[in-house]
Ligand binder design. Structure first.
Ligand code: G4P
Length: 541
């Protein structure tokens, strides 16, 4: 039954609907096959008739908003939204994450809105730098991770070797649910370790249709799979005997990861992934509010904004706020309260957005993502709720920036637009915006986790706000939180340090290098400098 049919049939009980939801994101190093896998997943669920409709790869239909040109030119993905589709009796919400390390703060926010993650590895490369960073974020948030080892259709590393890497480098026990039959590059299918069957994959024409499979039970598998089958059995048994038996609790507590093998481009193994998500992945659970009290699923509607984005549709310069529903039923048109401002927000226009596809959302349940249109008053981290009492979810932490630049309007006739643009970019979290009395509001400082954020900010100021910007890089490299504002003068008196105020009210003390902090602390033992959340989720020392 599809979500729409369920609603028509009156099955709108919030808890029942929440249980049907699986909300997850794919994390991977660029080029591991995230877009291809996304298309393959959607294809399996038959929401798109032809692979390529989602992200418009390789000359197929594509995204065209103006600042997305930059994404295409640089081969990066900054826009992120959610794709929803039905599979069997579940509703799958696939949240897109930016691929590039410079946007890890954005990714962190998206990961705050999922219940599990699929870690996608390239069989030839295994764990890569960006996979490791993203995995760290998952670990920090306790997000259960499913591992999908991709590109098995071409030469790569050994399956056992890749599994060893998971336990040795990231301390995650691999629990294989399938095992490849045939080495990478000569891939015939998988041993389904839960049923004992041999699943043989049959080729498709360029992955445009779901791959047909032949299944053989254990008694026929050896005759069909030959030596490759025997080897697959031997290898997988080695791993199963060394703690790799599937254990749902260990998966849920994020200390072990189910592992699947496949080839996204040929649609091999994609069904297993969907089945795994449906049968074993965590469902939306009551979310703790800012006081640590769990907000039960069947309490009135509540949600938090994890992403704000402008100009996704070049025809309308609208602002969308993406909110993850945490409790209750969302109905388009309902008036909710923004917990940050206490003001009402009318949800007249609500959409689901993925790539270029947009559709109206009339109803949503816990686990779903709602794109609220015309949401100029909403900021990342805001809580929305209906009814009483008020609820507020914990804010989303900002990372410790590592790059700083003073922003000057290049066209003095466009200062008003410049200010508006800077405010907007800050609200979206494209860059952190810092100000100080010393520099004045006309010269805000942009702070970023990765320098590519500056490129996005200047591109958007120039094209969207028609206010080109000149960015002068500052030579600060380390940042701390100044706990006591009365100590501002101490830091400002330093030759290579200053204090700037971030829009969330945090006072950031910027230093050229660690040595400057040490020298200042020796001269002023009373100075209190606190670490900030660093990229990857741990606090900077
Ligand atoms: P990303 O979003 O993670 O960056 O990766 P993307 O899906 O764009 O895939 C990167 C490249 O890897 C693409 O090739 C894609 O076709 C290829 N790929 C993805 N999955 C598989 C797989 O299972 N097997 C093999 N052999 N290749 C795979 P490209 O040449 O860069 O682009 P395209 O012109 O083929 O689209």
């Amino acid at each position: 039954m599809t979500a729409v049919e369920a609603i028509q049939a009156g099955q709108t009980d919030v808890v029942t609907q929440a249980r049907r939801r699986r909300s997850f994101a794919v994390i991977s190093h660029p080029d591991a096959g995230k877009s291809t896998l996304t298309e393959a997943l959607a294809l399996h669920a038959r929401v798109i008739s032809e692979a390529g409709a989602v992200h418009g790869k390789g000359g197929r239909r594509g995204v065209t908003s103006d600042w997305m040109e930059m994404e295409q030119a640089r081969g990066i993905s900054i826009t992120s939204a959610a794709l929803q589709f039905d599979y069997r009796d579940t509703v799958i919400n696939l949240l897109d994450t930016p691929g590039h390390a410079d946007f890890s703060e954005d990714t962190y926010r998206v990961l705050s809105a999922v219940d599990s993650a699929v870690m996608l590895l390239d069989a030839a490369k295994g764990l890569e730098p960006q996979t490791l960073k993203l995995f760290d974020v998952c670990r920090h948030r306790g997000i259960p991770v499913i591992t999908f080892i991709n590109k098995w259709d071409r030469p790569g590393r050994e399956a056992l070797d890749l599994c060893d890497e998971l336990s040795e480098r990231i301390g995650l026990q691999p629990m294989p649910l399938t095992w490849p039959v045939g080495v990478a590059g000569d891939f015939h299918g998988v041993a389904d370790l839960t049923t004992g069957e041999f699943v043989r994959y049959l080729r498709t024409s360029g992955g445009a249709t779901t791959a047909p499979e032949e299944r053989y039970d254990a008694s026929h598998a050896e005759a069909e799979g030959g030596e490759d089958w025997t080897r697959a059995k031997d290898e997988s048994e080695l791993l199963l005997a060394s703690g790799g038996e599937f254990d749902l609790d260990r998966f849920a507590e994020a200390s072990a990861t189910p592992v699947l093998f496949g080839s996204a481009v040929s649609n091999f193994g994609v069904r297993h992934l969907l089945d795994l998500l449906t049968e074993l992945a965590p469902r939306p659970a009551p979310r703790p509010d800012a006081d640590g009290k769990a907000r039960e699923l069947d309490t009135p509607f509540s949600a938090f904004v994890f992403k704000v984005q402008t100009g996704m549709d070049p025809a309308h310069r609208d602002q969308l706020a993406f909110a993850r529903v945490c409790s209750g039923q969302f109905e388009r048109g309902m008036v909710v309260t923004n917990a940050t401002t206490g003001k009402p927000f009318a949800t007249k226009y609500a959409q689901q957005v993925f790539g270029q596809q947009r559709s109206t959302v009339d109803t949503a349940f816990p686990g779903d993502v709602v794109g609220l249109v015309n949401a100029t008053s909403l900021r990342v981290g805001d809580t929305l709720y209906a009814g009483k009492p008020a609820v507020r979810f914990p804010g989303l932490p900002s990372f410790a920036p590592a790059h700083f630049a003073v922003a000057h309007p290049a066209d003095l006739g466009r200062v008003k637009q410049f200010r508006k643009g800077v405010e907007q970019l800050g609200a979206e979290g494209v860059v952190q915006v810092l100000v100080s009395d010393r520099r004045g509001e006309a010269a805000p400082v942009f702070a970023a986790v990765g320098p590519m954020q500056f490129e996005v900010a200047s591109h958007r100021l120039e094209h969207e706000f028609k206010s080109p910007v000149r960015l002068d890089r500052l030579s600060y490299n380390v940042v701390r939180r100044l706990a006591d504002p009365t100590q501002r003068a101490i830091v400002n008196a330093g030759r290579r340090s200053e204090v700037l105020l971030r829009t969330d009210g945090t006072e950031l003390a910027l230093f050229a290098e660690d040595l400057d902090i040490r020298l200042m602390k020796r001269a002023h033992p009373e100075l209190i400098l606190e670490p900030l959340l660093a990229e990857g989720g741990s606090t900077a020392g």
